[in-house]
Design a protein. Sequence first.
Length: 207
Amino acid sequence: MLHVGLTGGIGTGKSTIAAMFAKRGAYVLDYDELSHYVVEPEKPAWRDIVDFFGPSILREDRTINRPRLGEIVFADADKRRQLQSFIYPRLGEEYARRIQEITQKDPNAIIMADVPLLIETGMKSMFEKIILVYATREQQLGRMTARNGFDLESATKRLNAQMPIEEKLQYADYVVHNTGSLAAAEEQVEGIWNELVSLSRQKTGTP
Ligand code: ADP
């Protein structure tokens, strides 16, 4: 298998680009979805969190009240670390389980992890190749306000909490410049996909 990381800043069009790779046959693993999955009610990470923070962080349907938990951990670095120590190992286990499931089915799979903060969280060494989705800062802000209904101030705040996209460029093996039309992005995806396929064939010795 070939293990690729896909990242980008918020609003660069990462999910849109991930879908283009999926259409071509990539197995896309969505890290956000995974991190929600491991804290679903009664899952091991959920139990650890409720034991530690108490039932007051639960909603009536027993799901975790994320904004409330967020308030607690953003005000207290020790609690934040504690929360991470409940989530990260479970996330790793679930990730490994999904990779195993895919490679059992398809040993030549191209697995693409869609990870928003891949570079910030030091996950780079997990992957053989890194793809970065790039858009200008103005485009990021524009797409965030149009899609999520953020006002400019909260969009700017969120953007400023991430590593600037220009700085991320140096870590990428491939860049999708999502600064033009979707068709222009699709063309770049096609080129990168072909390279990934040939890399994966080289690895497995498939002609
Ligand atoms: P991300 O996952 O990076 O936050 P999304 O893929 O959800 O971003 O894209 C954010 C918004 O921008 C969506 O509404 C999407 O349809 C739009 N978008 C993405 N790429 C383009 C593009 N090349 N041109 C115009 N709009 C785009």
